[in-house]
Ligand binder design. Structure first.
Ligand SMILES: Cc1cc2nc3c(=O)[nH]c(=O)nc-3n(C[C@H](O)[C@H](O)[C@H](O)COP(=O)(O)OP(=O)(O)OC[C@H]3O[C@@H](n4cnc5c(N)ncnc54)[C@H](O)[C@@H]3O)c2cc1C
Length: 389
């Protein structure tokens, strides 16, 4: 069976819904196709169910991808406050948390409801429970193969996201479709994901301990909360670091960011203390015990030589380890890599290889840091595609 519509959007997730709403507002007949039973399943699990839907400050530096500048144009045309205005128009309560993160006060379901009800009011058709298996082009437009049916439209938007968190129906179909139209796919890897440490790691077995710490990798440093897990590290600091970490790269932990340890050893408050006592007052005890070099813990702080003070500082502020990997797609909030942005217009999201084919959201090689940036990219790119199509 073939249905006819102006535009087919594959994926009724964050970006697909925004694109549908925008295109339908401009008078287009839009059909959204998704294999889920209901739209926006990833939005519903976002931010622990409260959905960190944007951030007060959003710019290209908040994203990773081969072409860091690709997102600039769409971000410049969709500010965080436009999303806030949309939600406020529908009476959705929101709140600002630290680092400029904006969350729903009630539930992420509010965001999904706003987008789906707007789409329905504008006449968008939802083809839910339809697994897309491929797409091709014929003389009249695009043909979409779904299990059990075939759909046709003159323009096609691929908004099927990334394979991260498959528990809510995430797949790599968007990348496969892009490839079938001749697009290059930048290698896909899980990000915003806990990191796994090697067997016998000096800090293994500290699961449950959390503290504010710095993590550096690939020339980037984040100072945020860090959580030790059974297999490695998680928490905002580790998730952010995972965006910049590649296999084989080392991580450097700073467990007392901003603290001058050699100076601390000299200070009147600490000079007579044992090194162990001094550091267990500043760090969780089990962590401090693991970090302090064995021969230094039982010595008085002021008695350490300059070299020993530096050794202590390095142990606490430059703990270096090479993770063995990540917890993988099942525990990743996003995936980096995807459709090569060099082959897509940054203004319209249209393919530079196939007229009438558009990409929006996480299917593209654009991944955001923790803090509402991934959803904001989904909104901004969906808006850009919906305005251009
Ligand atoms: C646990 C978790 C928490 C998160 N928290 C946040 C947060 O608080 N803030 C933030 O900014 N970002 C967060 N993210 C990331 C954010 O949710 C995504 O970046 C965003 O949803 C991507 O939007 P999208 O439209 O590109 O893809 P999606 O929202 O994933 O939508 C893609 C749609 O395509 C459909 N689909 C996939 N394959 C097929 C197929 N073969 N056939 C038919 N349909 C298909 C899916 O069912 C889905 O509905 C979180 C992600 C996870 C997993």
């Amino acid at each position: 069976m073939t249905h006819n519509t102006d535009i087919i959007i594959l994926g009724a997730g964050a970006s697909g819904l925004m694109c549908a709403m925008t295109a339908a507002t401009r008078g287009h007949r839009v059909t959204l196709v998704d294999h889920g039973g209901k739209p926006g399943r990833k939005i519903l699990v976002a931010g622990g169910g409260k959905c960190n839907f944007t951030n007060t400050e959003v710019g290209p530096d908040d994203y990773v991808g081969r072409n860091a500048d690709f997102c600039r144009s769409a971000l410049a045309r969709f500010s965080p406050w436009e999303m806030v205005a949309l939600l406020e128009e529908h009476g959705v309560p929101w709140e600002e948390r630290d680092h400029g993160q904006l969350f729903c006060r009630r539930s992420a379901a509010d965001v999904v409801e706003v987008l789906t009800s707007r789409c329905r009011d504008l006449g968008c058709r939802f083809e839910m429970g339809r697994m897309v298996t491929g797409a091709r082009r014929d003389a009249d437009g695009f043909i979409i193969d779904c299990e059990g049916t075939r759909l046709a439209a003159s323009r096609l938007v691929v908004a099927t996201g990334s394979p991260a968190w498959p528990q809510v129906g995430a797949s790599d179909i968007g990348h496969r479709i892009a490839r079938s139209f001749g697009h290059r796919i930048e290698p896909v890897r899980p990000v915003l994901v806990p990191l796994v440490m090697p067997e016998g790691w000096q800090l293994g077995g500290l699961q449950g301990i959390s503290l504010e710490a710095g993590i550096s990798t690939g020339g980037v440093t984040f100072v945020r909360d860090l959580l030790f897990t059974h297999r490695g590290v998680s928490g905002p600091a580790a998730l952010l670091a995972s965006c910049h970490w590649l296999p084989g790269m080392s991580l450097q932990f700073d467990f007392l960011p901003g603290v001058d340890i050699p100076a601390l050893c000299e200070s009147p408050d600490h000079r007579r203390q044992l090194v162990r006592t001094m550091l267990t007052r500043l760090l969780p005890e089990r962590l401090a015990t693991r970090l302090i070099p064995e021969d230094l813990g039982g010595r008085k702080a002021a008695e350490l030589s300059r070299a020993d003070r530096q050794r202590l500082a390095d142990a606490v502020r430059s703990h270096t380890v090479v993770p063995t990997g990540t917890e993988g797609m099942r525990k990743a909030e996003a995936a980096a890599g995807g459709v090569d942005t060099g082959e897509v217009s940054s203004r319209t999201m249209e393919s530079l290889k196939m007229p009438g084919l558009f990409f929006s959201g996480e299917v593209l090689d654009v991944a955001g840091h923790l803090g509402g940036y991934n959803l904001h990219w989904a909104w901004a790119s969906g808006r850009a595609a919906g305005e251009a199509i």
